[in-house]
Structure formats: structure tokens, C-alpha cells
Design a binder for this molecule. Structure first.
Ligand code: FA5
Length: 359
């Protein structure tokens, strides 16, 4: 049987030890390692949490609060140190990469230009992420299909169970083109119209992923771009269940993010899937421990999914009595943002070579 005094004194030791070790972390990798050992599942702090059950019930709430406060203080301290290290890193890079062309002679400038023209470029972070996603899904037996970015209302909305004036259309702020009758031709707001095109071909079964660019009338901010990328997945076959969907998402999560990373589903709504869910994956930054990126929850929301609504099968000429299927979709830019702890998504479009060459 332990008591609150023992817990308080253990917390004091934890704080002392953590501050000492955090103070010695000279780069972001070292900081991440110390963070895992002081806040992770096998940390002394986690052990103290587990020992609450041995406490006299009258002391449990107070001890629980003390542990929570100690954890919160450490999370904040780690966040502060991470911000400092990131700032120092950025400042160092700025100095190292500064090239003052006004101070070098023409010949030297020609040489510098020549040298830089020979240095090989590389794919943008978003393209790299898309390629990696495609490779992962191909290794799971999916094929890759693409569709047009300019779509008709029917593919983007109507066939997806959203008739004209359906309120669910409000979920996607749409950019229309001045082609044909008003509001009939648009820039696709998601990759889901490619599902419709694929299903309409009638070549079953389907095990495909559909990556591509999407457009929304969203004001650019730290987590939104008006032009961004999604990847859609679609499976249609006989006897496909919700369990198959959860299994595929789990296998993908481990294959893409690495061993020990998991997925979970939460109920949600999309007009073209029933039932629908949001899927979350273990936060790739803290491996589920809880950090600033995942607001301490250990989980990151990746996208939407669900069983294909029978109305979508009917619209695309597939017999819903014989076939069932699931679909999922998520943002590639958002995924790249989370994986690289990028505070502001707009950096992906800035074309600042100091930023893009980091990846
Ligand atoms: C959809 O677009 C659904 N089509 C996804 C889906 C497919 C659900 C199949 C069910 C079955 P949503 O609007 O939530 O859902 O967008 C999915 C993801 O796209 C978001 O989680 C986010 O990662 C990304 N996204 C959406 N809007 C933007 C934006 N303006 N900038 C960057 N990423 C965005």
C-alpha cells in the first residue's frame, strides 16, 4: 500500500530527473528520445499512474491530480524546448545558406550558378508522400487510378447521393467554371468522383486507390489550402464487410507509418457512405505518447471512410443486393504536414528552396 506522500516525493524526483535530462538534449532527436522516456508508456510517471489503484480511496483523486499536473508541466516544458530547438535550427540554416551575390565577382557568380545548375533537384514533399502512399497500397494489392480535375456536378455530387440543393453539399465549398449551364461544371472538391467513374465502368471487383488534386473555396490558413491533394480508396466485391474496411485501414497504417502504429474509427457522416466513420492513426510525432501535434491525445485524424451507400451503387449501375464495398479518403498535404511537424501548410506552396530542400 502506498500513500500520497510517497507519490508526491516520487513526483519531485521525476521532475528533477526530467529537467536534468531535458536540459542535456542538444537536438530535436535527443529531445524526442528523452520525451519518450519521461512521458511514455514505460516511464516512471506512467508507473505512478498505475499505482493509484493501491492508494487509499480518500487520497486517490488528489494523487491523480498531482500526477496529471506533473505530466502537464513536463509536456509544456518539452514543447517550449522543442520550439527553441526548431528556432535555433532555422536560424542556423538561414546563416549557412545565405549567398550574397552582390559581393562576388562576375566570374565567381558564373561559377556559383554553374555549380548550382548541376546540383540535382528532387521531388516535392507532397509528391514524395503521394508516391510512398501509392507504393504502400500497391504492395497491399490495390491498383492506382486517376480521374479528371474538372468534373460535372453529377460525378462530384449527384451520383454520390447528393441531389441538387441537398444540404450536405455545404460540406464542400465549391469552385464552379463558366462552362455549360450555371453550376454544372466544377473543379472537383474531393477525389470521390473518381469512385463514381470507376464503378460506372462496371468492371468488378474493384480494389483501387485514386490520388489527385482537389479544389475548394477554402481560405488558405495553417491547415487549409484552396488546392490540395487527396487519396481515395475503393473496394467493391461480393461479401465485403465493415470489418474488412477496419482491417485494411489497420494494415495500411502499420505498413505506411511503421510497426506499433495503429488506427481507430469514430462514427461520422458522409452522404455517400453508410455507416460512415472518421479514422485516426497513432500520432506519428510522439508515437501515441501525447504531444502538441495531437493535442495530447496520442491520435491524429487522417480522413473519412465508410461502406458504399446502396444509392451510389444504384446510380453507377451496380447491383447492391450482390455487391458491397467500402471507401476511404484522406488529405495528402495534411499527412505530409503531420509527419514533418509543419506548423503552416502554406509553406508547401511557397517554393522557398530552403524549405523544400529539407525533405
Ligand atoms: C472528403 O473529402 C471525403 N470525400 C472523404 C471520404 C472518401 C469519406 C470516401 C468517405 C469515403 P473531407 O472533406 O473530410 O472528406 O476531406 C478529407 C480530407 O481532405 C481531410 O481530412 C483533410 O485531410 C483534407 N482536406 C480537406 N480540405 C482541405 C483543404 N482545404 N486543404 C488541405 N487539406 C484538406
Amino acid at each position: 500500500m502506498t500513500d500520497i506522500q510517497t507519490i508526491r516525493s516520487a513526483l519531485e524526483d521525476v521532475r528533477f530527473d526530467a529537467e536534468r535530462r531535458l536540459g542535456g538534449a542538444s537536438d530535436l532527436d535527443a529531445l524526442g528520445e528523452v520525451e519518450r522516456s519521461i512521458l511514455g508508456k514505460r516511464s516512471v510517471l506512467a508507473g505512478l499512474g498505475a499505482s493509484l489503484k493501491d492508494l487509499d480511496p480518500s487520497e486517490r483523486a488528489e494523487a491523480g491530480r498531482a500526477i496529471q499536473q506533473a505530466r502537464q508541466a513536463l509536456v509544456e516544458l518539452v514543447g517550449e524546448l522543442r520550439r527553441d530547438l526548431e528556432k535555433r535550427d532555422a536560424e542556423r540554416r538561414l546563416v549557412e545558406e545565405r549567398l550574397d551575390l552582390t559581393e562576388i565577382s562576375c566570374a565567381a557568380r558564373r561559377l556559383a550558378l554553374h555549380a548550382s545548375s548541376r546540383s540535382a533537384g528532387h521531388l516535392h514533399l507532397v509528391t514524395q508522400t503521394r508516391d510512398e502512399l501509392e507504393d504502400t497500397f500497391i504492395s497491399m494489392g490495390f491498383d492506382v487510378v486517376e480521374g479528371p480535375e474538372v468534373e460535372t456536378d453529377w460525378y462530384n455530387f449527384e451520383a454520390l447521393n447528393m441531389p441538387p440543393d441537398h444540404p450536405a453539399r455545404g460540406m464542400w465549398d465549391t469552385l464552379y467554371l463558366r462552362l455549360g449551364a450555371p453550376e454544372t461544371v466544377l473543379l472537383r472538391t474531393h477525389t470521390s468522383p473518381v469512385q463514381v467513374r470507376l464503378m460506372s465502368k462496371g468492371e468488378l471487383p474493384i480494389y483501387s486507390v485514386m490520388p489527385g488534386r482537389c479544389y475548394r473555396r477554402d481560405t488558405p490558413d495553417a491547415r487549409h489550402l484552396p488546392v490540395f491533394h487527396q487519396i481515395e480508396g475503393l473496394v467493391v466485391d461480393e461479401g465485403i464487410t465493415f470489418g474488412d474496411m477496419a482491417g485494411v485501414i489497420e494494415v495500411f497504417t502499420e505498413a505506411f507509418f511503421g510497426k506499433g502504429m495503429h488506427s481507430r474509427l469514430r462514427p461520422s457522416f458522409f452522404p455517400f457512405t453508410e455507416p460512415s466513420a472518421e479514422f485516426e492513426v497513432t500520432c506519428p510525432i510522439c508515437a501515441g505518447v501525447g504531444c502538441r501535434t495531437c493535442s495530447g491525445s496520442g491520435w491524429i485524424e487522417l480522413g473519412g471512410c465508410g461502406m458504399v451507400d446502396p444509392n451510389v451503387f444504384v446510380a453507377t449501375g451496380i447491383d447492391p443486393e450482390r455487391y458491397s464495398g467500402f471507401a476511404f479518403g484522406f488529405g495528402i498535404d495534411r499527412l505530409a504536414q503531420v509527419r514533418t511537424s509543419l506548423p503552416d501548410m502554406r509553406a508547401l506552396l511557397d517554393n522557398d528552396v530552403r524549405f523544400v530542400s529539407q525533405f
